[in-house]
Every structure is written in C-alpha cells, then in structure tokens.
Design a protein around this ligand. Structure first.
Ligand SMILES: [Ca+2]
Length: 327
C-alpha cells in the first residue's frame, strides 16, 4: 500500500529539493501526498506558502492542498533569508509563474494536520522539515492528535556537531523551541535526523550537470540549476560547507529516510531540548552515560551514507524531469 504523507515545510532551498524529490515519488505513484503544510521558518509564512505553490506549478502538480502557517508572537531567531533569498527560492520567484493558490483562501496548516490525522488514524506519516510550530499548534488544539500519526519524522537538532544558529542549536529546533519540546513529548518514537548527518550532505552543481545538458529547454531544470548556484554562493559566504562549492541539503535526509532507510543508522534515546539556557537555548541532548534509562522518545540518526544518498536523489530528480516533460 502506498504511504500517506503530510510534508510540513518552510521553503527554503533544501526544502525545495526535498519537495521535488517527493514529487518524483508522487509521479511514480509511490506515495499519497495528502497535503503540504507550510510554516514560518527560513522565510516568513506567506513566502514559504508561495514558494511551495510555485514549486507545485513548476512541477505540473495541481491537486495537492497547501496549508498556510502563522507568524510567531515572539521569535528568538531571525529568518534565514541570508541563505535562501528573501523569497526562500534564491530570489528566483519573479522568474517563475505564480502559484495557483492564494494564502488568504488556504486552510491553516494545523487544521489540515488535525483533520487528516482524524480521517486516517495510524496511517499518516508526517515529515517535518521546518520549525515544529504547526505540529505543536495541532497538538494544542486537539491534545493527543500527534499520536494518531503513523510516524513523525523530523529534520532537526545537533548532538556531536556544532549548531547552525548558535554554537549548539540547530535552526528548526531553536526557531520555535517550545514547539519542539511539545512535539517530542507527544510520542515515544519520534524519528530525528540531526545536523550530525545532514552536515555531510553537500549538493553541488556538478550533480545536476547531466540534467542541465540533457534538458536544455526545461524550466524546472533551469530553476534547479540557478537555485543551486545561488545557494552555493550564500553557503560559501557563510562558511557552511568547509569551502566545498555546494550547499547543505539538510531536509532531503527526511525523504531519504522514507525511501532508502538503509542509508541511515540510528540510536534510541530520550532527546532533551534546552528551553531556558543563557547560551544554550535550542540545544538537543542525549544521555550517553551507561546508567539505566527509564524511557525514550526518539530514534536519532547517527550516521549516513552521503554518497549514495546523493546518487539516489539525483536519479529520482531525473525521473521527475522525465515525467514533467512527457506529460
Ligand atoms: Ca526546512
């Protein structure tokens, strides 16, 4: 049976490639994508919504509902437009046709999550590649609702590597740390894909060079190439890739987990999230001492086969382009 999925996202360059990866599986009829729920994060909520809608149109996918996110009342960290562009799309949104949905007319993301989990209890996998705001609001409005998901997979956290918004904190967790704490308290089997694995995922222009050569007339390929170029430039500026000419495609690891789990290794444990540190708010911790553990809330990825992950991604993007072109 094909899996039912909700993608919770805040595009974001790495989100965009993750959406495209997922759309490749959608076009191959390997998934049932129930909704894309957008959240404020890399850029404000209206921009992440518009970015998701523009990507759907560019990929010739029209029948997916898109939820709108909310602005946070108090925000600890700023958006990441210095990496992703002010539109979340490498400032390329003006070069693309507008999305087919309007922000004001679209359902709130948390409402979609609640309704879909109630309609399909124990069937829906939530893939969270954004701050966890939408999931936390859903849990607030309908306590226990997140337990109705089949599985919740999130990209977030940092354990044995530095953070990316503070020395110890990762963006998705730190951006709405209370939401993260609440979501991690909602289940005992969260799947967590931290910077420890995503820092190894450097996407480069060379990886799509064949696509660019083979599909010179594809608007989607042209957009992908320009986005990689933009993200490579900002990533080098902000020392994200140790000088390598590419960008960190963090969120793609969540799609890899769904379809190529053999690429990842996990450890089980109780993930703790610092919410009131003077310097450490947003830090994620696991107790690695050999004392008796009384519980656990998550599976945390500790290793990834980055080379093979990228190969899978590129092949599936190629399948997507073939299908967008021959439809
Ligand atoms: Ca994201």
């Amino acid at each position: 049976m094909v899996r039912k999925l909700i993608l919770d996202t805040d595009p974001g360059g790495d989100d965009i490639f993750s959406i495209l990866w997922l759309l490749s599986f959608l076009k191959q009829k390997n998934i049932d994508l129930l909704a894309i729920t957008t959240a404020a994060g890399n850029v404000p909520a209206r921009n992440t919504f518009n970015a998701a809608c523009q990507i759907l149109r560019l990929s010739e996918v029209d029948d997916i509902v898109v939820g709108r996110g909310v602005a946070l009342p108090e925000q600890l960290f700023s958006h990441a437009s210095h990496i992703h562009g002010s539109d979340g799309m490498g400032n390329l949104s003006q070069t693309l046709p507008p999305g087919r949905r309007r922000f004001a007319d679209s359902p709130p993301s948390e409402k979609l999550i609640i309704d879909l989990l109630n309609r399909y209890p124990d069937e829906v996998t939530i893939v969270g590649i954004a701050p966890l705001t939408n999931l936390a609001i859903a849990e607030n409005q309908a306590p226990g609702i997140l337990k109705k998901a089949k599985e919740i997979v999130i990209m977030g956290g940092a354990f044995n590597v530095p953070g990316n918004v503070t020395p110890v904190a990762e963006f998705n967790i730190a951006f709405n740390v209370k939401a993260a704490q609440q979501v991690f308290a909602s289940r005992s089997d969260m799947v967590m894909l931290p910077l420890d694995v995503t820092r190894q995922l450097v996407f480069t222009s060379e990886m799509i060079a064949d696509l660019v050569a083979d599909y010179p007339d594809s608007k989607l390929v042209e957009f992908m190439a320009k986005l990689v170029e933009f993200l490579t430039r900002t990533s080098l500026e902000h020392r994200e890739t140790k000088g390598e000419r590419g960008f960190l495609i963090h969120d793609a690891v969540a799609i890899a987990y769904l379809f190529y789990p053999e690429l990842l290794t996990f450890k089980r444990g109780q993930v703790m999230i610092e919410t009131q540190g003077k310097f450490t708010t947003g830090q994620t911790l696991l107790d690695n001492r050999h004392g008796v553990k009384m519980g656990f809330n998550a599976w945390v990825a500790t290793a990834v086969d980055a080379h093979n992950l990228m190969a899978c991604l590129v092949q599936d993007l190629t399948s997507l382009i073939e299908r967008v072109h021959h439809n």
